[in-house]
Design a protein around this ligand. Structure first.
Ligand code: SF4
Length: 478
């Protein structure tokens, strides 16, 4: 059974808006009785000082000022998550840490424990660098140094520019785990133009592939150029994003030739797996199942990792962590053990190609339990999950787990699911399926691929060749 599209969409939109309004009102109400927990404005990022109310209580997102945390700090964080929240810890798609299930009353205790562990959450404009920056021999330049300089110069601005809360700057000097696939308002990407000569490509809005390149700049020119863009954004208003800037006039201003030739993306490498860093050093990349782990499992894992010689853990994009300090033998042993604590350990694990938000039970806006659906999918649709495409399971149209496009997105709606092909959770679905029909619809789609795939073809290529109409027909047959 499929539903009438317009009626369902209208209902979905209304309910999502109501859920968010209720959330915000609830947040303010909850906060009103505890003066040290300020309310969160719409569009802001949840932080220790302004947590977000969700289906399982308050949520805090944090990015430490240091590139990683020591094992002791990670342990303190897990203990704090269990003591003050429901113990669920998430690594987001951008590599931030999230703690869930706090109440307004225990926020002060959480903040105290985090401060006591010497974990200082970053504040101000988000500036992201690759997770192995400073360790990766393939990195063209030191992105961290430039990021630190930029932070200093932004902090020195008087008056401070009023910028969109979710504005993100990426400084990426390439390397094994670059940030090419992550969207940013402002992107500075290193390009080697000759031996010992590096330029930085300045671009706005999008991923490395989709961002609009403005100029190629020397290291010395890069920071002033970003500062100017921030001032231009502030002039456009406190909600302005990189995409709102006038590309044509900025390009004229910089008069940089051949920028497009420099702005190519590097090859993709999954953060899950073992990454050689030269001189016998390595990083072990692990991914908590669907981006979430309980503190008690994490604590058990930390004990094993520490025993094996791990010294530091960095959160990384794609919901991953990178364990540092292990030698090759220890890394293999820890990788093997990690599977017992809820980690996915292989880059070719099919679940790496599922993007899953918190879902029902953890988020008040969710229309379905995304994690349970993801577990079902892993059993049901092996052909679909061949690694050539990503399936995004989103509890609602907000698309927290994966803001960009996916080959297939299953979006929760009041009476079932919207199915988006080559779009994001907020794109127009091509079909709707009823509440009880997700498994059968996707199984039918899996069958479509199995019966039509030609030798050497990936699932993505097969679905692209068959086209959206064939996908919709299969979904409806299911
Ligand atoms: S996408 Fe998922 S986590 Fe985000 S608001 Fe919707 S249901 Fe909640």
């Amino acid at each position: 059974m499929s539903f009438g599209k317009d009626g369902l969409m209208a209902m979905a939109d209304r309910q999502i808006m109501e859920e968010h309004d209720i959330s915000l009102r609830g947040d303010v109400a909850a906060v009103a009785c505890v003066s040290n927990v300020p309310s969160m404005t719409r569009g802001a990022c949840p932080s220790l000082s302004a947590p977000m109310i969700t289906g399982d209580g308050l949520l805090v997102r944090l990015r430490p000022t240091t590139p990683g945390l020591t094992i002791g700090q990670f342990r303190a964080l897990a203990q704090a998550a269990e003591r003050h929240g429901n113990g669920l810890i998430e690594i987001t798609a951008r590599g931030n840490l999230q703690l869930r299930g706090m109440t307004a009353e225990n926020m002060a205790g959480l903040a105290e424990d985090i401060a006591h562990a010497d974990i200082i959450p970053e504040t101000g404009v988000t500036i992201e660098v690759p997770p192995l920056s400073g360790l990766d021999p393939l990195e063209i330049a030191d992105a961290r140094e430039l990021a630190a300089l930029l932070r200093e110069q932004i902090a020195a601005l008087d008056p401070q520019p009023e910028l969109a809360p979710k504005l993100a700057i990426i400084i990426d000097a390439g390397g094994r785990l670059n940030l090419d696939a992550i969207t940013a308002d402002i992107r500075l990407r290193a390009a080697r133009i000759a031996e010992n000569s590096t330029m930085w490509v300045l671009a706005i809005g999008g991923t490395a592939q989709t961002a609009k390149a403005l100029a190629s700049l020397s290291t010395g020119q890069s920071i002033p150029a970003i500062i100017e863009l921030l001032k231009a954004l502030a002039l456009l208003g406190p909600r302005a994003r990189g995409r709102d800037l006038d590309v044509a006039s900025l390009r004229k201003q910089y008069q940089s030739p051949d920028v497009s030739a420099l702005s190519m993306a590097d090859q993709y490498v999954s953060p899950t797996g073992i990454h050689p860093l030269g001189s016998d050093r390595l990083a072990l990349g692990l991914r908590p199942s669907f981006g979430q782990i309980h503190a008690r499992d994490l604590l058990r894992f930390l004990a094993v990792a520490e025993d094996a010689g791990a010294s530091e853990i960095r959160a990384a994009p794609e919901h991953a962590i990178l364990v540092l300090g292990l030698d090759a033998k220890a890394a293999k042993a820890v990788q093997l053990a990690a599977a017992n604590y809820g980690f996915r350990t292989r880059p070719d694990d099919p679940s790496n190609h599922l993007e899953v938000c918190a879902g029902a039970g953890a988020c008040a806006s969710a229309f379905y339990p995304t994690k349970a659906a993801a577990a079902d999918l892993l059993e049901l649709v092996p052909e679909l999950l061949d690694g050539s495409l990503t399936i995004h399971l989103s509890g609602c149209r907000k698309g927290c787990a994966h803001p960009g496009n996916s080959a297939l997105t299953i979006v929760g709606a009041p009476m079932g699911y919207g199915v988006v092909v080559n779009g994001s959770a907020s794109s127009e679905p091509v079909a709707y399926i009823g509440k009880e029909e997700l498994k059968s619809a996707l199984a039918e789609m899996n069958r479509l691929v199995r019966n039509n795939k030609v030798a050497g073809e990936s699932t993505k290529e097969c679905l692209t060749r068959l086209g959206t109409d064939a996908i919709v027909t299969a979904l409806r047959q299911g």
